[in-house]
Design a binder for this molecule. Sequence first.
Ligand code: NAD
Ligand code: PRE
Length: 368
Amino acid sequence: MAPLHVAVIGCGLIGGSLGMALRMLPGCGRYVVHAFDREAGRAGEAVQMGAADVAAASIREAVAGADLVVAAVPAEEVAGTVREASSHAPPSAVLTDVASIKGPIVEALAGKTPGGQAFVGGHPMAGSERAGLVAADPFLFQNAVYVLTPVASSPPAAVQRVREMAEAAGAQVVTLSPEEHDAAVAAASHLPHVAAVGLVLAAEACARDGVPVLQLAATGFRDVTRLAMGHEDVWKPILMMNRARLVEALRAFRDALDRIERAVATGDGEAVQSLLQRARALRQAFRLPAKGYGRPIWDLVVRLADRPGAIASVAGALAEEGLNIADIEILRVREGEAGTLRVGFVSEAAMLQAVQVLRRRGLQAWPR
Ligand SMILES: NC(=O)c1ccc[n+]([C@@H]2O[C@H](COP(=O)([O-])OP(=O)(O)OC[C@H]3O[C@@H](n4cnc5c(N)ncnc54)[C@H](O)[C@@H]3O)[C@@H](O)[C@H]2O)c1
Ligand SMILES: O=C(O)C(=O)C[C@]1(C(=O)O)C=C[C@@H](O)C=C1
């Protein structure tokens, strides 16, 4: 099969991860990645780190022979970057992006590129609070949902070319209209980001009043505020470009907080209980994918001795039974004594079988 030339503009977390995936994952030998970044030397670093085959000195150079152009730049830079790429790319190229907001970008570009090429909006639902090439990971998109937002005028062959790239990177493609996408990410991604920022600012205000917040901030605070470490250069344009939808989502959040506040302030224990119960049941019913997974994962936990080879013995026992580990995490370690490992499987049956396998080996294991 003839190689496909992909120009990745913007060699940060997402552009770098995509370049690595297309070059490194099995079955991806088809893609030749040409990289450009506006920071001098960054495209060269991308080549050194395995995220690109060729470093280009300009957008013009990067897209000269491109079959596919991916704008992996902050959302407010996408339209300008795509227009510049379009005016230098071959007429047969397909242009796409990875930005976290779609409506304004698709409206500006679909059917309106200067070179007449198709633009198909894209957004991988995978990322990190870390920015830059240093945080890039070839497995970032593995099993992640990758939204494409074609419009009526999008040629099916162009959509297919972007779909194949996303699937080659390991993702599962979901097609939505730009409006559906923006409404969904307002609640599922942009609001959680803003909520994390709000929690950190609230903790700072309490700390200023003399409350020893950070001394007691443990895994709970860490887990719900991780997103607040995301970079403002990436997040400011996302929030600004999805303003109306975000304001709606914030209103719903504020209503929920008001209900909780009223119940707490009036000492209405029954109302507090019912709100907590409802949220717990809803959250459990969501069965969200584990980080990096587009589908739910069934977890077990296993207690381990803190000694060399302890994890290998769990992995080995599972491998002998043909049980594939989909996700793994060390939850806690008491140095020199013991630790707890979380192991994820793609089906409940595999997880339950794994519990039995580990118990037969004398290990303490149970479904999580
Ligand atoms: N961070 C996430 O979790 C995440 C997840 C999915 C999608 N996205 C989207 O991916 C895009 C990139 O985000 P990121 O997290 O990779 O950011 P990043 O800061 O890690 O990387 C952005 C890169 O683009 C370069 N750049 C900026 N403007 C440029 C321009 N005009 N021309 C060429 N290069 C330029 C920067 O130098 C940087 O190397 C954004 O649109 C974002 O909304 C981010
Ligand atoms: O896991 C994270 O750190 C992310 O921020 C990833 C996340 C999200 O899940 O909301 C954030 C923004 C992107 O546009 C896509 C994915």
